[in-house]
Design a protein around this ligand. Structure first.
Ligand code: PEP
Length: 253
């Protein structure tokens, strides 16, 4: 299942810097991205920076074609939640995006799919676009449970309905491909993206963009982007190198 062919896809290539960077390193990376952004053509570019650097991203990228976002958000609006960052705070720094339910947060911080959906709702409430991440472990895949696990992760998100779904982005990130150098083949990725697309279509939200993430590099991006249901990439390690990140975006045919 793919999107309506009459509507051209608007590809999105988003970097997830994770817990990397410094003021000096980010300045160099961002200036490289700004200088080369035209190489991305019509592809939308975004970076998700660690929270302390959102001000730097905002100052450096305002007025450029590159958008920015955060890597997590609180479900709470305000209050005694030490260490948490609210969606309104992210909006104060003009974030367009926020990752919700990255597998590292699900695994290391015990984030449930219900919590991830609540985070997406908080983000939408502040005018941000949540990028909701789903994906199976290698054990899930080897047990033939990939779709079942992803279906369970999607359920509370799908329950938010067509309007909410149309204002978010989904990212399929097989856990076994994140930071491992092992990418899903384009066919493996497309199979899951097709499954997610069908689930979105059932809710009346077939146009919601679905990114692929997991060891995406310039060398494998074009084959992934050629798949009918892959609308871009969520890029970890390779997003820390301006040239490589821009080459990924430039791989969209
Ligand atoms: C990620 O962290 O979202 C990711 C896809 O990482 P990498 O590209 O390094 O596998």
């Amino acid at each position: 299942m793919s999107q309506t062919p009459s509507q051209p896809r608007k590809f999105l290539v988003m970097g997830n810097w994770k817990m990397h960077g410094s003021l000096a390193d980010n300045a160099a990376l961002l200036s490289g991205l700004v200088a080369g952004a035209q190489r991305a053509g019509d592809v939308q570019l975004a970076v998700c920076a660690p929270a302390p650097y959102l001000d730097q991203a905002c100052r450096t990228l305002t007025g450029t074609a590159i958008t920015w976002g955060a890597q997590d958000v609180s479900v709470h609006d305000r209050g005694a939640y030490t260490g948490e960052v609210s969606a309104a705070m992210l909006a104060d720094f003009a974030c367009s995006w926020v990752l919700c339910g990255h597998s590292e947060r699900r695994a290391m911080h015990g984030e449930s799919s219900a919590l991830v959906a609540a985070k997406a709702v908080a983000a939408l409430g502040a005018g941000l676009t949540p990028v909701v991440c789903v994906g199976e472990t290698l054990a899930d895949r080897d047990a033939g449970q990939a779709e079942c696990v992803i279906g369970d992760q999607l359920d509370p998100i799908l329950a938010l309905g067509a309007d909410a779904l149309s204002r978010m982005v989904l990212a399929y990130e097989p856990v076994w491909a994140i930071g491992t150098g092992r990418t899903a083949t384009p066919e493996q990725a497309q199979a899951v993206h097709g499954f997610i697309r069908a689930a979105l279509a059932k809710q009346g939200a077939a146009q919601t963009r679905i990114l692929y993430g997991g060891s995406v590099k310039a060398a494998n991006a074009a084959a992934l982007f050629a798949q009918p249901d892959i609308d871009g990439a969520l890029v970890g390690g390779a997003s820390l190198i301006a040239d490589e990140f821009l080459n990924i975006a430039a791989s969209v045919a």
